[in-house]
Design a protein around this ligand. Sequence first.
Ligand code: S3P
Length: 195
Amino acid sequence: MAGEMADNVILVGFMGAGKSSVGRILATRLGRCFVETDEMITATEGRPIPEIFAEKGEAHFRALEDEAVRLLALKRGDVIATGGGLPCGAGRAEALRAIGTVVWLSGDFGALYERALRGGDRPMLSGKTPEQAEALYAARRPFYAKADLTVDTTGLIPDQVAAEVLKALRGRARPPRLWPPHPTLSPSGGEGPSS
Ligand code: S3P
């Protein structure tokens, strides 16, 4: 159990699932570093994601995600939030599972969509009807479902989701891939200085 928790924790899910907010909370509670693939990409490209989509197109953005996944393989013990489309390319879900424990933040489409619309500029939703966005979610669900763990975020605030993720991680037995375990992760230990 402790070894499991010393691994990278990778959050996947549709836009609006709260991957970034939950990831930040988890990282703080676990005393880990927090990494976002979207952030890695904007830092490399030197411009925001909507501009990358507008100027170079989605295919270019997906190629940048491939590069981000390659870099993620170097991470140890981090909490990683991925972009909503990242696990949905060929071989991506498998690549993520090789890098850490993958957690799908799932939820009812309506709640995710509402949050995604409120949360700023998302090129994959612009120009789409709610029905088209829902079809995109349906098409992506089988990829998200390849995650090691699923936490339903419906009706929960990020703090509660983070608590559910921690519970799910602790309840999961998998042979350790990193050793020694992080000191805050022993079954009797706390969750770090903030808890
Ligand atoms: C995308 C989701 C975004 C970002 C990009 C593409 C997608 O991340 O990676 O706009 O294809 O669903 P969030 O899930 O954080 O919004």
